[in-house]
Ligand binder design. Sequence first.
Ligand SMILES: Nc1nc2c(c(=O)[nH]1)N[C@H]1C(S)=C(S)[C@@H](COP(=O)(O)O)O[C@H]1N2
Ligand SMILES: [Mo]
Length: 384
Amino acid sequence: MEERPLTGISPPGRIAAPGEGIGQDELALSARNHGLPLEAMRYEVTPAGLHYVLVHYDIPDTGTGTDAATSAGTTTDATTDPDTWRLTLRGRLRTPLELDLRDLRALPSVTHRVTMECAGNGRARLSPRPVSQPWLVEAVGTAEWTGVPLRAVLAEAGVAPDAVEAVFTGADHGVERGVEQDYRRSLPLPVGEDVLLAHTMNGGPLPPQHGHPLRLVVPGWYGMAHVKWLRDIELVDTAFGGYQQATAYRYRQSAGEPGEPVTRIAPRALLIPPGFPDFMSRTRVVGPGPVRLAGRAWSGHGPVVRVELSTDGGAGWADAEVLPQGGHPYAWQGWHADWTAVPGSHTLLVRATDASGRTQPLEQPWNRGGFGNNQAQAVSVVCR
Ligand SMILES: Nc1nc2c(c(=O)[nH]1)N[C@H]1C(S)=C(S)[C@@H](COP(=O)(O)O)O[C@H]1N2
Ligand SMILES: [Mo]
């Protein structure tokens, strides 16, 4: 459906007052949308249940996804029954298409290992804090997505010369800031050759929360572009001005300005938390002597070429060893460094620099939506 006003139930966008704590509304969002437990960065490919989750509205009823996709074509599940679920392609095309899952699974597929990060990752650390999903640093995960290159499907349909964007619509529906809508985003044409219509995650069916039975995967871009529960693609001859494109996901200083669109992922390095944690403060505890520090680093602007580590709160920095991409240009890279811990309290800092020269700031520039935050991570460690 078209977006339309639905007034009276959406609180306006808001910046927290100085010193204002996380509210029940933010708690409700953070209880629904979970992050990656940072110790799970030990896995090169994140087990599906540990991958971060962000859902604006409700997970739509598209079948469970758990029993279904491994038995392609033989299942009786309502949604993966090829007679029930459809992807429509329409608009500025020579031949509109309607594809079911059997059609899509019959097309040549590719697998990309992709690190995905929510554009709002780090928002809760901003001051003042934009009131929304209050991520700290954990809105990230890496999965192997298998599917059909979108370009191949568009080529079959025949893109009209005047088409400028593809608009992707999910099966989920809600209201946000007074606008009732289906979750919908666009990409400029031509789309990258790496953009996938993914029907498989880590070799199995997409779980319900990750877009069962089909999602868009846009390697290198922040999460909002990877439309889940994908049911329709429309090619249009003017730029899409829908809510999630023109109102949300813009870098802005003030509410009134048009701002710049949020697109690719800024570089970030994170530490696999060393030692063991304190339950409440999450402060890490290590013993004296050699400690292997390791983590992951990624960027949507090319490979990470440098990871620097400070073990004294930012006074001194040393290069960590960064592992090469190893045939996975869209996935995070491992890094490690050795530290000799001495008794006392320490602040470890880590920051990545990518091949484009982008790096992580020590103090985060502010924007109103709280997007693209990649301030260097600081981890408190006590050596006992
Ligand atoms: N249909 C739909 N697609 C969506 C969303 C959504 O709410 N609805 N959330 C987006 C956002 S903001 C992010 S960060 C990613 C999260 O993907 P994941 O939950 O699989 O990690 O999905 C994106 N795709
Ligand atoms: Mo997101």
